[in-house]
Design a protein around this ligand. Structure first.
Ligand SMILES: [Zn+2]
Length: 266
């Protein structure tokens, strides 16, 4: 199920699979000028095609290869024959998606069908808008953000998520995410459009608070590690017990992964 919201000239298309009356983890695509940023998951691909059917579309820009951002790409290209652009590291993953995906990811977002994309140029045209591409690895190696400097719009995929991220997957890196956040525009005046649907004004300030939150957590984690506590114990002490998310994802999304990565952050 998808919902459309307008933020000035930016159209947000947000949603996900509906199960037992509620939408599971939603993702957001954005229509900027005649460019679509991300395509949602496979479960909502036909709905996405219907939603953009009457709109001008010159291309699709992909923030990263995860199934909740590229699941609608193949269906969209079959209908509209528009070019898609992604980071060069994402291209083979789009062409040959993983054969196996954790059960929770298959249930929530579905397997993404193979899709073709071209390597991203440094800048993309989106009707009257220009989007600068910023490589922002950490959540995924092929992750990018898109920045419209004149309008002050920053499309961050899964880079920002929220100010207080308390969980991580094992292959995510706090150090890499923090380095990517430091690469975001120096301007103090931009709005963040998240791949999860959040729209955050005063984006630069929110980014500063996000990094500061992790910095404080790292200091506390280091102090507890020095006392001999295990990473699991540190996670419980600082963030509470692993909850239903840990169980639901089979331990893939966990507080202890965040603690491990915080302790590796130089
Ligand atoms: Zn992702």
């Amino acid at each position: 199920m998808l919902k459309v919201a307008r933020y000035g000239p930016v159209t947000q298309i947000r949603g996900g699979r509906r199960l037992a009356g509620r939408i599971l983890y939603q993702t957001a695509a954005y229509l900027v000028g005649d460019l679509l940023i991300d395509t949602g998951c496979a479960h909502t691909s036909s709905e996405l095609c219907k939603l953009v059917r009457d709109r001008p579309l010159s291309g699709v820009a992909i923030t990263h290869h995860h199934e909740d951002h590229v699941g609608g790409l193949e269906a969209l290209q079959a209908e509209r024959a528009v070019p898609a652009y992604a980071h060069p590291l994402a291209l083979p993953r789009l062409l040959e998606p993983p054969r196996r995906l954790a059960l929770y990811r298959r249930v929530v977002w579905g397997m993404p069908p193979p899709a073709q994309a071209l390597p991203l140029p440094e800048e993309l045209s989106a009707g009257p808008y220009r989007l600068r591409v910023i490589h922002t690895p950490g959540h995924a190696p092929d992750h990018v953000a898109f920045y419209e400097a004149r309008e002050g719009w920053l499309f961050t995929g899964d880079l920002f998520i929220s100010e207080r991220v308390r969980y991580l997957r094992p292959n995510e890196s706090v150090a890499a995410i923090a380095a990517s956040l430091a690469r975001l525009p120096a301007s103090d005046d931009y709005t963040i459009f998240c791949g999860g649907g959040r729209v955050v004004e005063d984006g630069a300030e929110a980014v500063r608070r996000k990094v500061e939150y992790w910095r404080q957590l790292r200091e506390q984690a280091r102090a507890l590690a020095a006392q001999g506590l295990s990473q699991r114990e540190i996670a419980t002490r600082l963030l509470g017990r692993e909850g239903w998310l840990y169980l639901f994802t089979g331990g893939d999304v966990a507080k202890r992964h965040l603690v491990r990565s915080l302790l590796q952050w130089p």
